[in-house]
Write a protein that binds this ligand. Sequence first.
Ligand code: GLN
Length: 537
Amino acid sequence: MPTKYIVILGSLMSGLGKGVVTASILKMLDFYNYNALPIKFDGYLNYDCGTMNPYRHGEVFVLDDKGEVDMDFGIYERFLNKSMTCDLSITGGKLFGGIINKERKGEFLGVDVQIIPHLTNEAINRIKDVEKNKKPDVIVIEVGGTVGDIENSYFIEAVRQLAIKENAIFINLTYTPKLDVVGEQKTKPAQLGFRLLLQAGIRPSFVISRSKDLLKDTTIEKLALFSNITKDKVIDDSDLYSMYMLPIHFIEQEFDKKLITELKLEPREINQDKLNNWKEKIKIIEKPEKQVTIGVVGKYTDLKDAYASINESFVHAGILNNAKVNIKWIEATEIEENGVSVLENLNGVLVPGGFGKRGIEGMIHAIKYSRENKVPYLGICLGMQLMAVEYARSVCSLSDANSIEFNKNTKSPIITLMESQKNIYNLGGTMRLGEWKCVLKDNTITFNSYKSKNISERHRHRYEFNNEYRSLLEEKGLVIAGTTEDNGLVEFIEWKDQFGVGTQAHPELKSRLEIPAPLFGSFVKASLEFSESKNKN
Ligand code: GLN
């Protein structure tokens, strides 16, 4: 059967959860064992997400193949249990870059190079390449931004053209606000959005509407009427207690069956085991038996999207431990100003990845506090580097110890640049990126968490543990729990006799609802045990 296409377009405003809708549609199709893949278009002119500001754009998600992509790929992977590839991420930067390269090579000699047809064809060719190379049953294209933006206008034109030849349907994600004063759901904004879609030559087959409360029947009628569809094609996407609930909420509206019919996919039975497994997990999110509070000491803590994968890893690890993990977001600079009292009463501390000097000393204080008070600690990337720095300062009497990222002139450069990183001038896409294999040492917390000697995790960093300090720190009790296969780079370090693990990798990037990251699982378990032992005393 030829590949079918679903194109998801948002109207009115961003932040409606288009990524979750896309992932939920992918998951519904996965429940039927259709091979469904996403493509995400982002209109910005950065080649990839790697050079963008996480404060504005949310976290940079990294794939096995080194792709630095939009955080929506994290949602797709967490829902689908599948590793994505960077060809599924199409950006304005990649399209313009591709066209300009071709022009310079002389592929358009004597031709005016234009948005239509050259740029639109470049977009269509990239989509068709995914179809050719991966041969999925369905490709779900999520178009970033909203209809009416200049940034995505040529891409929307490209998918309109694609739909002339291919078996494609459009879905409009819109929003229905409720005015508290009159208590009425208002459809006028959605109507204006439909008009923009029609102007772009697109008629949606389904309309999904975000709203606070369930859509009322009269609201559904209006939404259907103005978007030229029947009532059964309007799908409710009202607030749920967990985003992982959305595929189930869709299935309750028989969106699965309607979608399969509309796409003319070969009919199949839903895989009940897959569906039930998903429902089981969600039940635990709804009614966990225990709870635990973990402090995340970072830099962008008022924008949760900057740490989306960490947040989700705690949801997954919570399910594994039948617990709700409450996260207390702590600005590291606050510890610098007011001391470590904010850490009291926490059951665990995590220092996440990060770049730049701000807040570093606050993070080091938090690590020292955790080590001295035996609070379970997990250090991720920067959090591992600072765990090594703190150990060198406090236990090995190297008071000047630092990473050369923060002090180029330190006498004790515990964290340094690898040779291969010293002569890099292009900063885009040149960090240690993507999947790296690692060998773990027996009888360590890390080994016992993964239950395997050979593992692999994703990376995104420039600096490394300095091997010149390896034997000194080991002599003083730091455990080197994992290294690259050639033993050249330190990947995991641990404290002895208490739960403290630092990893140069980003295990949060591979955590999925149905397959939680092992290290987060054991960290939450240790935090629960720590909380219970404190309650006993
Ligand atoms: N800034 C550090 C480095 O580049 C850590 C990066 C990270 O935490 N992802 O090595």
